[in-house]
Design a binder for this molecule. Structure first.
Ligand SMILES: C=Cc1c(C(=O)O)[nH]c(=O)[nH]c1=O
Length: 313
């Protein structure tokens, strides 16, 4: 069997990539992703200029996942754009990395996307509408009118492939309302989900929180969030028109987790917490485990089962 996937008109050797934010802050991080067995990779969400982010400790690995309140530290969009444009020139036959952007508001999102639109970048852009950790900044995608207004403005000028990174939703009315907004726009994909916002992890021995920002409140990733991630992948896969693909993110630690996301309808798969824990060797491991599952089940390709999750009739 083969793990090859077609996404936005490009062929990838497998569906695995990093989740923006993990292993993508510096050119060294990005080079290690480029050398890995991932099928693709994405930059850290960029703002107009570099940001230090929140005070440390701001990312902590915990038994069932992670908690983070990084606060959108990044090197600024020019740094990441220079990196991806350089790779485009040096490796013209390869798929360019994905570019992620996360403005502090609609104006900065428009500005960032205009920079990408006016550049030679020929890859895929991810608009992050779900950063939960910038104090005083609510997550865009929890404001449905703002999301609609943002996408309306963006698609006045942006003609390159664009996806949006969404936070988790927990209510069928929200799945329905968000899907009806997204279906209005020529999106390449939606990425479900970002970390589950504003969780709290406690160190009982110290009787203390474990991260400094926001009195310890931070986005939760890892095993904790797989059921929520799978539900959001499935909810949008069944509601969006079929040319809006799904990237599945959240709780992928094994080939089986990857298989579950694909069964729910995901086309590409992003790994965050477990990549942070294990390093880029994880891509070789999960590709191997996923191939074993396809072999055991007699599938030749992911197309044979993508989205074919059974309900109980
Ligand atoms: C881009 C900011 C994000 C951050 C962050 O930089 O705090 N953490 C997340 O879990 N998700 C985000 O989208």
């Amino acid at each position: 069997p083969s793990l090859e996937v077609e996404f936005c008109g490009r062929l990838y050797e497998n569906p695995l990539m990093n989740a923006s934010g993990v292993c993508c802050m510096t050119t060294d991080d990005l080079d290690s992703m480029a050398r890995s067995r991932s099928g693709a990779f994405i930059t850290k969400s960029a703002t107009s200029t570099d940001r230090a982010g929140n005070p440390e400790p701001r990312y902590v690995t915990v038994p069932l996942g992670s908690i983070n309140s990084m606060g959108l530290p990044n090197k600024g969009i020019e740094y990441y754009l220079n990196y991806v444009l350089d790779r485009q020139k040096r490796f013209p036959s390869e798929n360019p990395p994905f570019m992620s952007v996360a403005g502090m508001g609609i104006d900065e999102n428009i500005k960032l996307l205009n920079i990408i639109q006016d550049s030679e970048f020929s890859g895929i852009t991810e608009l992050n509408l779900s950063c939960p950790n910038v104090p005083g900044k609510p997550q865009v995608a929890y404001d449905f009118e703002l999301t609609d207004r943002t996408l309306k403005s963006v698609f006045q000028f942006f003609t390159k492939p664009l996806g949006v990174k969404l936070p988790p939703f927990f209510d069928f009315a929200h799945f329905d309302d968000m899907a009806s907004i997204l279906n209005k726009y020529p999106l390449a994909y939606v990425n479900c989900i970002n970390s589950v916002g504003n969780g709290l992890y406690i160190d009982v021995e110290k009787e203390s929180v474990v991260i400094k920002p926001k009195d310890g409140f931070g986005g939760i990733g890892g095993e904790y969030i797989k059921p929520t991630a799978l539900a959001n992948v499935r909810a949008f896969y069944t509601r969006l028109n079929e040319n809006i693909k799904i990237i599945g993110t959240g709780g992928i630690r094994t080939g089986q987790d990857a298989f579950e996301h694909l069964l729910c309808g995901a086309t590409m798969l992003q790994i965050g917490t477990e990549l942070q824990n294990e390093g880029t060797g994880i891509f070789e491991r999960i590709n191997t485990e996923l191939l074993q599952i396809l072999e055991q089940k007699g599938y030749q390709s992911i197309e044979d089962f993508r989205g074919k999750l059974h309900s109980i009739t």
